[in-house]
Design a protein around this ligand. Sequence first.
Ligand SMILES: NC(=O)c1ccc[n+]([C@@H]2O[C@H](COP(=O)([O-])OP(=O)(O)OC[C@H]3O[C@@H](n4cnc5c(N)ncnc54)[C@H](O)[C@@H]3O)[C@@H](O)[C@H]2O)c1
Ligand SMILES: O=c1ccn([C@@H]2O[C@H](COP(=O)(O)OP(=O)(O)O[C@H]3O[C@H](CO)[C@H](O)[C@H](O)[C@H]3O)[C@@H](O)[C@H]2O)c(=O)[nH]1
Length: 365
Amino acid sequence: MPTILVTGGAGYIGSHTAKRLLEADYHVVVLDNMRTGHRWAIERLRRLAEQGSSQFVFVQGDVADTALVVRLVHEYGVEAAVHFAALSLVGESMQHPERYFAENVAKGIALFNALVVAGVRYVVFSSTAAVYGIPERVPIAEDTPTHPLNPYGASKRMLEEALRWLGEVHPFRSISLRYFNAAGADPDGWLGEAHDPETHLIPLAIRSVLCPDEDRVAQLLGYSPTQDQPLDRPPLRLFGTDYPTPDGTCIRDYIHVSDLAEAHVVALEALLDGHPTDCWNVGTGEGYSVRQVIDAVERVTGRTVPVVEAPRRPGDPPVLVAEAKKLKRLGWEPKYTELRAIVHTAWRWHNAALELVPSSQNRAI
Ligand SMILES: NC(=O)c1ccc[n+]([C@@H]2O[C@H](COP(=O)([O-])OP(=O)(O)OC[C@H]3O[C@@H](n4cnc5c(N)ncnc54)[C@H](O)[C@@H]3O)[C@@H](O)[C@H]2O)c1
Ligand SMILES: O=c1ccn([C@@H]2O[C@H](COP(=O)(O)OP(=O)(O)O[C@H]3O[C@H](CO)[C@H](O)[C@H](O)[C@H]3O)[C@@H](O)[C@H]2O)c(=O)[nH]1
């Protein structure tokens, strides 16, 4: 089986995709600088590989280290890359756009350059629905014009364009996957979402109903109620109740991280089979409002989410729902279309995270 370079494989979506690749018998080389990645995720992947026949290698380093990337390609016979490594906080990108152009655009281009030089011909790239900005119509088709509203979305759009031109000139093809809202956790309980800071709705809603000593994910990230700073347990802020939607709150398309991981395998196999360079949406086609998410969290946890209504968050489009025609044409179908099922996997992860790793691994680096 081919060897796949997975940049950002110690992070949320990258680790779930690396797991899926190992399960599909690919060999995996993870390159991650551990800026937001997790040692425990790497340890879980290593253990998974030991149980099967795939080779798993973790290298701590930066995607912009051209010599390192070229060496890894040659040493491990890398045939394709899946590029997750990036900064992805929309709010931060509005405050420090230069960071997003340096970390995402400049480093992404350095990586693609190294891959082309080393002879890698296939890349699957983590793009985002944020490239569309406020779409002309919903569900959003893949040929919808892109007008990103923030430097984060712009940085992803620029890399899509760079990939397109690399494909025009070199024997090189790519698929950019425009994810909608990644959510949930590995149903086996091996991996899950642990961003720091966390900005996403589902993990924040779950954390709002947990006592500090119940919050295994916070403890994995190194917070503990015994530390000087007790865990802050603010209520969930509901950003905007006056949107032109049935209940006044924003509607999003929540795509389970395992379905997302599977989409990367489909994209990779399509490229290996000769598929041309393209951009594909990854979403379920089902939209849920913020209030519906809160309701799902309450039903799954059996607890009341403490909510305060807050003004709209700048830059939030009212409705983002995908039309994922291109993926579906290749046989991909999301398994998780029910919001409650997605939330259930996230709830399990928040409850179980700490028990999953040996005590020496119980903290992020
Ligand atoms: N989470 C979402 O809902 C979502 C939605 C759309 C797109 N995306 C994109 O998906 C990708 C993964 O997102 P995530 O939520 O898993 O993020 P994450 O922060 O959990 O993972 C990113 C990983 O990349 C690593 N990394 C960052 N910069 C690096 C560099 N220069 N060199 C090497 N490693 C580096 C980090 O250490 C981390 O392990 C990102 O590109 C993000 O923009 C995420
Ligand atoms: O504390 C919170 C957090 C979020 N929300 C609301 O919940 C919805 C979902 O917000 P998330 O922050 O979970 O996700 P976003 O839709 O803002 O962003 C996600 O999807 C985008 C594309 O749609 C980008 O890809 C981005 O990287 C990814 O995080 C939004 O309406 C947001 O306003 C709240 O009300 N309170």
